[in-house]
Write a protein that binds this ligand. Structure first.
Ligand code: 13P
Ligand code: SF4
Length: 304
């Protein structure tokens, strides 16, 4: 049955000149059939340059919205439009405008985990993979960072010369990873390296041997001479880590590292989406144009 579904998905993608993009947190079977898997930055880049007519986005709403902003001529499908991001919902454009009015002239750096409307009211976007570069690219010595307080505070440590105004948003999944859970895993696996995502609480990031985006974790684990890693991010990342490093061991730092939104999309949802060519994600043109400026500024910053 699953094989049949996979086959139908492949055929429909071919027929419609579609590209299946999947975030690193998606279910294993979704990552397995994706044309490209990646972190938010890699997927934004793919969406901005693809020649496909249809982008089928397996991720959460803000990611598909970014694809729609960057590729206006393409049809962007999000098989589960109810897959949202609680962090992205923690700031609205009105709230951001109010904060801006209290700090006139201060540039706004917005994490891509945000709505198109919030992006449209921002100067530049960032992802966890390029946030430091984005902040360093600003000539101003003060900035507003929304919505992730943990990513913002992590980055701020490396740029003490800049003053940050933080928004108190957070990722509930990463914040469920406690210090005691990490210490417990460290004591069960002495010698294992602990790697976590910068969305983690500051006291958890302090315990890490390395803090990076999801794609950064693949690079780090692949090139590290170590063979045992405690992973502090959403469980979906384990699938490809094990696939790419069959001789290395990966231990999830906490069973709480499960994002319900990232786990919504099934193969059946993908097939239905391709059969019906719905649900289409689109962004109002006035918002899209302004949000694209903030995303394009981010994409213009060279990667490592
Ligand atoms: P990255 O893949 O950019 O590290 O993002 C993590 C995340 O929480 C996406 O929702
Ligand atoms: Fe949002 Fe966190 Fe889920 Fe990513 S892992 S989609 S930031 S709730």
């Amino acid at each position: 049955m699953q094989d049949e579904i996979r086959q139908q998905i492949k055929e429909l993608l071919k027929e419609q000149n579609g590209l299946l993009l999947a975030h690193n947190y998606m279910r294993d079977e979704v990552q397995e059939i994706a044309d490209i898997t990646g972190d938010s930055l890699a997927l934004s880049i793919e969406a901005s340059k693809t020649g496909a007519d249809v982008i089928l986005f397996c991720g959460v709403h803000f990611m598909a919205e970014s694809a729609a902003i960057l590729s206006p001529g393409k049809k962007v499908l999000l098989p589960r439009p109810d897959a949202g991001c609680p962090m992205a919902d923690m700031v609205t454009a009105e709230e951001l405008e109010l904060l801006k009015s209290r700090h006139p002239g201060v540039p706004v750096v917005t994490y891509v985990n945000s709505s198109a409307e919030v992006k449209a009211h921002s100067d530049i976007c960032c992802t966890s993979a390029n946030a430091l570069k984005v902040v360093r690219s600003l000539k101003e010595d003060e900035l507003i960072f929304v919505p992730d307080r943990n990513l913002g505070r992590w980055i701020a440590k490396f740029v003490p010369e800049k003053k940050f105004i933080f928004w108190e948003g957070f990722c509930p999944t990463h914040e469920r990873m406690t210090v005691s859970a990490v210490l417990q895993k460290k004591s069960e696996h002495p010698g294992a390296l602990f790697i976590c995502h910068p969305e983690s609480a500051p006291e958890v990031s302090e315990l890490a041997d390395h803090v990076c985006s999801t794609s950064g974790m693949y690079d780090y684990c692949r090139t590290s001479p170590a063979n045992k890693f405690i992973i502090g991010t959403e469980v979906g990342i384990i699938y490809k880590l094990r696939l790419e490093n069959p001789t290395k061991e990966f231990i999830l730092a906490s069973p709480a590292l499960f994002c319900p939104n990232m786990k919504l999309t099934s193969l059946e949802d993908i097939l239905l989406s391709l059969q019906t060519m719905t649900p289409v994600i689109s962004v109002q043109e006035v918002i899209r144009i302004r949000a694209k400026v903030a995303l394009d500024r981010m994409l213009a910053i060279p990667r490592d």
